[in-house]
Design a binder for this molecule. Structure first.
Ligand SMILES: C[S@@+](CC[C@H](N)C(=O)[O-])C[C@H]1O[C@@H](n2cnc3c(N)ncnc32)[C@H](O)[C@@H]1O
Length: 208
């Protein structure tokens, strides 16, 4: 068994204490199971050819929605498998991911991206006054206890939000991705698997 160095234990306790004081710890609590999932590498098999095709098709969609994208915010960046693809369609990619273990792996998978450990719900707090050309929430919204809260946080950070959702899990999200500013895009289809895609655009873009 490997013993964690004392300095790492102290650093972790310090981070947990800071998170507890700022209230972030409570917001991250519903996501503890994500950290457990990442005890194994690649828990969603995102390194598979099927998922890589999904990433390529997602990139094609982003290139249409936000041509010459300068900055992209990726919510739920996991171990960086999709991040590495997103770097091909955006000048810079910033990932926010609730699992620290996943972010530690992502940092060596997508070397040119930047990552924050935290909840999408706290994106404004984590990123201050930074703004992005587009935010993506791919395959992650169904894990949020309150998807509307995640989307509200993103609306303050980017004028476009791309949401993709595996069709068998998409129904529960439907009410969050309709109404003002929302449109349904073509599905992403790889073999017999289908993902629903939705775009939100800020009023100034929607009316342009
Ligand atoms: C199924 S993976 C998707 C990874 C990648 N976006 C993709 O489409 O392949 C979902 C990721 O979202 C993260 N996640 C879920 N809810 C989150 C939240 N509220 N804030 C940040 N990350 C979250 C999970 O920890 C997990 O790494």
């Amino acid at each position: 068994m490997q013993v964690m160095p004392l300095a790492n234990i102290v650093a972790r306790l310090k981070r947990n204490w800071q998170a507890l004081r700022s209230g972030l710890w409570f917001r991250r609590a519903p996501y503890r199971r994500m950290d457990r999932l990442y005890l194994l590498e690649d828990p969603w098999q995102l390194a598979s050819p099927r998922e890589h095709q999904r990433f390529a098709l997602t990139n094609a969609m982003i290139a249409q929605i936000a041509p010459n994208c300068g900055s992209l915010l990726e919510i739920g960046s996991g171990e960086g498998e999709q991040t590495a693809h997103l770097l091909k369609v955006a000048g810079s990619v910033t990932g926010i991911e609730v699992s620290e273990a996943a972010v530690n792996r992502a940092r060596s998978t997508a070397l040119d991206a930047e990552f924050f450990v935290g909840c999408a719900e706290d994106a404004g707090h984590l990123l201050g006054d930074r703004r992005f050309d587009i935010a993506t929430a791919c395959e992650m919204l169904y894990y949020a206890p309150d998807a509307a809260r995640v989307l509200d946080a993103l609306k303050g950070l980017a004028p476009r939000i791309l949401v993709t959702a595996y069709e068998k899990r998409a129904q529960g999200l439907a009410r969050h991705v309709q109404g003002t500013g929302w449109s349904r895009l073509d599905d992403i289809v790889v073999d017999d698997t289908r993902w629903h895609c939705h775009l939100w655009q800020a009023p100034e873009l929607a009316s342009a």
